[in-house]
Design a protein. Structure first.
Length: 302
């Protein structure tokens, strides 16, 4: 388990360092070229840096035990950070889109400069991104970390804006078509908005204690239904907080067996669920099969 944590941390640190490097390179390229497509890619990399730092913090938090003030851990901090990130992304996309439209409508065409240097920077950005995604996918396969897997998919999606920036810079240098830069910037801004909305929705759902997705719930039900010694189950409840899914359920066991035997079945089932769904926190209540619930049972009250 400790080795998995170290691998996940290495992926998070690599992600943050690559994002920080790309932000620096693109700030220089933006100042050198004046290309809005580079500005859009810069905003995307700034978002990457925030997401990567948030992911790194989440991995570090996941390695810490719950404390007296946070009995269920600190995973909701990820969702609060994601809400702030999504709002920042939307504002950045709006500024870039507005500037791109203004350039397209302006009577004074903007001429880009030093396109070759910009192309070099964007090419380096693509190479670093591909290398990072390769390492992240290797780590995700070994550890099963959803945080690392999600970050990998996010960086994979960043390749398109980088390629768009190269195309716009090349078109400007080869044919003097500076307007393509604004068109690419508008497309990149729209992509940023879509990504921000998805981040916002996921964070909002988690803060509102939304249930896990149908696939996860069906998988949990399948494991419990087929587990030896379990005659049935009820009151399965799930909620999400950050990268953690909390699972509560009641299982029905043979009431004639000893407490030790019942405990052994519950503990083994919990271990299996944690193995099948690593980013979960599982709480199991045991009921005797075939016995009507007590009238004071809180799970039966409406």
């Amino acid at each position: 388990m400790a080795s998995h944590t170290r691998m996940n941390l290495s992926a998070g640190i690599a992600s943050s360092l690559v994002a920080l490097t790309l932000v620096g390179l693109k700030v220089w390229a933006l100042g050198d070229t004046g290309a809005l497509s580079v500005a859009a890619s810069l905003a995307d990399s700034a978002m990457d840096l925030m997401v990567s730092l948030g992911g790194l913090a989440a991995i570090a938090y996941a390695a810490r035990p719950a404390d007296d003030d946070h009995a269920f851990g600190h995973s909701s901090a990820e969702d609060l950070a994601a809400l702030g990130q999504s709002l920042f992304i939307m504002v950045s996309a709006a500024v870039i889109g507005w500037a791109a439209v203004a350039r397209l409508l302006s009577d004074d065409p903007v001429t880009l400069a030093n396109e070759g240097r910009g192309i070099v920077v964007m090419s380096v950005s693509i190479a670093l991104t591909i290398a990072l995604v390769g390492w992240q996918r290797f780590v995700a396969r070994r550890t099963g970390s959803r945080v690392v897997r999600a970050d990998s998919l996010h960086y994979l999606g960043d390749l398109l804006p980088n390629l768009g920036a190269i195309v716009s810079l090349w078109a400007s240098a080869a044919f003097g078509l500076a307007s393509i830069d604004s068109i690419v910037a508008i497309g990149a801004a729209l992509m940023l908005v879509v990504g921000a909305i998805n981040i916002f929705k996921g964070a909002w759902d988690a803060l509102m204690d939304r249930a896990a997705d149908d696939t996860t719930i069906a998988g949990i039900e399948s494991v419990v239904r087929d587990f030896p010694g379990v005659y049935g189950f009820h009151d399965l409840k799930t909620r999400m907080a950050g990268s953690v899914t909390f699972v509560n359920l009641h299982i029905e066991l043979d009431g004639n067996q000893t407490l030790d035997e019942a405990h052994a079945i519950g503990a083994a089932l919990r271990r299996k669920l944690l193995n099948e769904f690593p980013d979960t926190d599982v709480l199991i209540h045991k009921d005797p099969v075939g016995v009507e619930p007590h009238p004071e049972d809180p799970s039966r009250q409406t």
